[in-house]
Design a protein around this ligand. Structure first.
Ligand code: NCD
Ligand code: ZN
Length: 343
């Protein structure tokens, strides 16, 4: 197959940041996707409907297409029931994001102990408000490569037992254990990033340290990458694309203590298409990028269609985006032959 036409894809997890950066970053997602879930981990974080709405307006200034911005609220232990209900019922926020305290970029206001948010989780279950989780156990004794698994065992099992109807997305999954957990649970689905499908920890660490591949949850070993690919290309409806495109200025990545985050928005779709092609699974691509997430979030499919074409020669990636403030664009080690047909 040399050409494929899809319902326009969605990105179920993206970071736009704020201020000047928006004009560089937002158009990349706007070009490629129909709907997106916007992460709230700004400084300070988005903690109520009004903040979400103001942030949405700032992002909207840079939209040329009809990208549907689905805003989120950052779950803190101080979030009040009425604040959440009000933000949700007025459609200022679409979902709630749970960061364990200290798990990742800007998670200083995250959750120390799930016991402290029982009431909010119960309110969310009652009102069918989606919960998006960064699933890592941040206990300092836990090895960084085991953080996701430990979170499943110690925290997520408890949440799913206590709230069997809460609609949960385990975001940017990285392990075979996460795949298993989702397959055996009734109310948890998973998003997967392009870089966790396309790269593993060897690519980040062998022959030199590549800071632009550093993200959280951290890239794992090859066997986990293979499980993620296997489940993504299966078309299973519990799994869908969330790019976790997370730009950081180059000097903050190439740093003695570099930030976590991979900026992949510009070519995420081309990369994913290549992976599906490499595994003879182009017939399941639309499920993964356009249908499964939409269904989980109870939204309509995008009306627009997009076509990708397989070119003879690998496409040339731009290395960087931005002029004054520059971002390194994610590129996997293998060649990508797929690009939009209208180019
Ligand atoms: C994200 C960021 O930079 O905001 N970083 C990352 O490594 N993925 C935060 C997150 O989603 O963990
Ligand atoms: Zn993220």
């Amino acid at each position: 197959m040399n050409k494929i036409t899809l319902i326009q894809p969605d990105d179920w997890h993206v970071h736009f940041r704020d201020g000047d950066i928006l004009k560089t970053v937002v158009p990349e997602t706007d070009k490629n996707f129909g709907k997106c879930i916007v992460m709230p981990n700004l400084v300070p974080p988005i903690i109520n409907g009004q903040m979400a709405n103001e942030y949405k307006k700032r992002i909207s200034k840079f939209l040329k297409n009809n990208l549907n911005l689905l805003m989120t609220i950052y779950l803190t232990e101080n979030l009040k029931k009425h604040t959440l209900i009000n933000a949700y019922k007025t459609k200022q926020v679409f979902a709630v994001k749970l960061y364990p305290l200290g798990a990742t970029t800007n998670s200083e206001n995250g959750i120390k102990d799930v016991e402290n948010i029982i009431e909010i989780l119960s309110t969310m279950e009652e009102n069918d408000i989606p919960l998006l989780i960064h699933g890592e156990d941040t206990n300092p004794e836990i090895d960084i490569f085991d953080r996701e698994k430990s979170f499943l065992d110690k925290v997520l099992t408890k949440i799913t037992q206590n709230f069997p109807k809460l609609r949960i997305t385990l975001e940017h999954i990285t392990t075979k254990e996460a795949v298993q957990f989702i397959l055996s649970s009734k109310n948890v689905v998973g998003s997967i990033t392009p870089h966790h499908l396309a790269s593993n920890r060897n690519e980040m660490l062998v022959g030199g340290i590549r800071p632009h591949l550093y993200c959280l949850p951290i890239l794992k070993r090859d066997i986990h990458q293979q499980e993620l690919i296997k489940i993504a290309i299966s078309g299973n409806k519990k799994f869908f694309l969330g790019t976790d495109s997370a730009p950081h200025e180059i000097k903050l990545k190439e740093n003695e203590c570099g930030c976590a985050g991979v900026f992949n928005a510009p070519y995420s779709l081309q990369i994913i298409t290549q992976i599906f092609d490499n595994h003879n699974a182009l017939n399941k691509l639309e499920n993964f990028v356009s249908i499964n997430g939409t269904k989980h979030y109870k939204l309509p499919n995008n009306k627009k269609k997009v076509s990708l074409k397989k070119f003879k020669n690998p496409i040339k990636f731009n290395d960087y985006l931005g002029s004054k403030i520059k971002f390194k664009i994610y590129k996997p080690q293998f060649s990508i032959f797929w690009d939009y047909d209208n180019k």
